[in-house]
Design a protein around this ligand. Sequence first.
Ligand SMILES: C[S@@+](CC[C@H](N)C(=O)[O-])C[C@H]1O[C@@H](n2cnc3c(N)ncnc32)[C@H](O)[C@@H]1O
Length: 242
Amino acid sequence: MNAIRDLRVLWHLAATPIRGRTHAERLESFYAGQADDYDGFRQRLLHGRQELVEQLPHAPGQVWLEMGGGTGANLEFMADRIPAKQAVYLVDLTPSLLAVAERRIARHGWTNVHPVAADACTYQPPEPVDVAVFSYSLTMIPDWHAALLNAHAALKPGGLLAVVDFHVAHKYPSPGHRRQGWLGRWFWRVWFDRDNVWLSPDHLPFLERLFATEFLAERRGKVPYLPCRAPYYLYIGRKPEN
Ligand SMILES: C[S@@+](CC[C@H](N)C(=O)[O-])C[C@H]1O[C@@H](n2cnc3c(N)ncnc32)[C@H](O)[C@@H]1O
């Protein structure tokens, strides 16, 4: 059963053409056929998500924002803390993934979790947020500068921005960052580009410019059915108070 689900996802990842005139249409074209199998496969591909959610401080009354939240899979990692939050906004452009999130929210009976069909580059929640999360979404957002600036604007002063995602390093990364060989820097960009996932050496430097870094880890994680491991990072930064 799992093998059949994997085959279905792999078919979409490797062989199905992505169509559409706009970014939103291309996302729906990519995800529509795999939305119901998304969680199982991505659990083995998108490393560090649970660790990121658990690293973040959880407190009653918090307002939480996930940009590109997809099926809401990350909500499961904090399921017992959600009822005490004031609100959780789960923003995504892809209707088929948001439909999975809506079913999840209904199953848990979370009345304070709000799925929002919107663009992370422009959506502003109705109240300032304590925590904003990008979990493997930044690499799928063409105008990622706009998305980060928009999340920065949504955060309260002193609020936290958290990112987990694939990345490639600069050829000569700044001190404190890991170097990557030329083959990996080239291979992972080409590999993910097929699925409109754009790995960039500029995400981390831009995050570090916008926020005061509180936590950074650069790692590698297994990619199902490949013999090599893809580089990813976890980042938590604080919006300056003024
Ligand atoms: C790899 S999925 C990650 C989903 C989820 N955060 C997770 O960790 O499972 C990337 C998500 O980003 C969403 N996305 C891409 N561009 C977006 C945009 N401009 N605005 C909102 N969501 C976007 C996609 O629809 C997709 O759900």
